[in-house]
Ligand binder design. Sequence first.
Ligand code: BGC
Length: 765
Amino acid sequence: MKWLCSVGVAVSLALQPALAEELIGNHPLTPEARDAFVTELLKKMTVDEKIGQLRLISVGPDNPKEAIREMIKKSQVGAIFNTVTRPDIREMQDQAMQLSRLKIPLFFAYDVVHGQRTVFPISLGLASSFNLAAVRTVGRISAYEAADDGLNMTWAPMVDVSRDPRWGRVSEGFGEDTFLTSEMGRTMVEAMQGKSPADRYSVMTSVKHFAAYGAVEGGKEYNTVDMSPQRLFNDYMPPYKAALDAGSGGVMVALNSLNGTPASSDSWLLKDLLRDQWHFKGITISDHGAIKELIKHGTAADPEDAVRLALKSGINMSMSDEYYSKYLPGLLKSGKVTMEELDDATRHVLNVKYDMGLFNDPYSHLGPKESDPKDTNAESRLHRKEAREVARESMVLLKNRLETLPLKKTDTVTVVGPLADSKRDSMGSWSAAGVADQSVTVLTGIRNALAGKGNVLYAKGANITNDKDIVNFLNLYEPAVVVDPRSPKEMIDEAVAAAKKSDVVVAVVGEAQGMAHEASSRTDITIPQSQRDLIAALKATGKPLVLVLMNGRPLALVKEDQQADAILETWFAGTEGGNAIADILFGDYNPSGKLPMSFPRSVGQIPVYYSHLNTGRPYNADKPNKYTSRYFDEANGPLYPFGYGLSYTTFKVSGVKMSAPSMKPGDKLTASVEVTNTGKRAGETVIQMYLQDVTASMSRPVKQLRGFDKVNLQPGETKTVSFPIDVNALKFWNQQMKYVAEPGKFNVFIGVDSARVNQGEFELR
Ligand code: BGC
């Protein structure tokens, strides 16, 4: 028995040798063996032990480690999250394996969303890479580092499609598009779970937040979601389904209500759809405190009622509240909850533990004490090379007037802005066990690039914001935003003086990471005024002005687009962000990222997304007409469309060639274009294929992404890029909620973004 290697296990054998040997062994990882094992185990468990398995507890001030250890001993806990070192985790697992009656292993989870120790770009940045191989790398390394820290599960991927940049959590997802989000989510699950979540360096995923959390009204956090079934199933559900089809063992249930029913008490969502129609076999976990919140949602009268409702609706494990433990015993006694229902929930918890291989070796992600890293935060544990490569791919060149970029390494560069030297911000939200001190800022990245060649001047130039209330908000839980006590004028003057001495100014501006996070919705998505004042002053110097943006959502950038000579969107690029940014600024890497969300001109345009319906009166910019669908006080459409992003070279895309003019449902067609690099540098671009069902029984989007391919071309080189199309790409949920492909004409659009496309067509017979 492998787990004997852990210290002190002899004690446990003395206590319960027979039972322990029965549980821990060499169990085949098949569903049949698992079901038989879990059925037997359930028979041995007391009611309290079953209830204990449903409790997922967070280590923190409310639940200090000592208190948790007591609970583990009494079999009152099934899993732990927010503890991330092997010694800490081993101590808890020892407690379960040595001192609890049945010795059921715990599992350990954490929010490993875009890296564990090595922090990669935030998910919105990963989506901008349009590169599934890069996402696979991120998933593999994140899982490796997480498993190496002793973890078994991650609360990822987050695949909430969102079309509202006011919502801070767009930073955690893959943007506005259903297809792109599905592809990214599926890839993450495959990469993180590997061949099996039981493997030494894999973790089980828990796709979130089920369902449609990204559509909160007004982009306001935790708000209501209400939408037609057609929109729900055509646009919002496919990414969850894709993650589950890829085998995600967990589902985290959303905090919002959906069409009037809180997701945590929605038996249609969690049972009829998830279990009966989608055949999900893994575990459902409530989000943080969500069961309690059913009372405030107004669907549960009191705590006991909330527990009854949640369990009966299909929530297996309760995250971070004591409600299941407190109220299930009484509910069982009164018959309001049946033993069958309790067994069902417990079975799911035990199933995933089995799938994680914990009944073969509860210490499989821990190993013996002697193997623990001497320094948890050791440099050698990081994957810097991969972090830099992925970060470069995640950045989007929004503007490059007169080829301002790339810069020369012999230049004198003035680096300014509140984000230029901020280690914490570079990592973005949910930076897991990443250590801010290990991240490379833009200032450092530029200094590294220019070492021994050019000169670097630096001035902070402005604080993130001059609004004290916002600073207090951002610093509520950690001293994340450091405020320079000087007056705004003093800071700007210093930056302007430095700018005047240089060849070019690089201003690193945008949002503090805490502005694009959970619980950080904004009504104003511009760059804060303190920084806009700085930009205006820098512009007035007449020096070439490069804006390096850090932000976790699309921003309204009309003014900056006019002021800047070049704009590079870098999101929050992670541990190696600064080096990756310098690689782009100085031409060591040719930018290739594309926007996964449309950038509105102003907040008033929201929602603005490319895959909208046409309406009966579509606006035509070439023939503007008053009685069309538009705002009269602003240009129509986004400032930068979905899929947009420039390169230091140029690409020409030929007309669309179809392999045949029509297809039958069983056939396959190919749409292809020739792509030529017409510039002077080698470069990559993302060729995007969109489809439109021209006439159907319901209005269908003006275009929908159905394929993308990142191609690398030498100057003058031409490649053929082909996209297969089969009937599945044409299907949608119709008015009767049937999933159909309707015969008729389809347009095919292929291009370098959602607006610049060439058109082909075919017919489905
Ligand atoms: C968030 C989840 C997260 C969980 C655990 C919640 O507040 O909504 O996304 O996984 O906390 O940290």
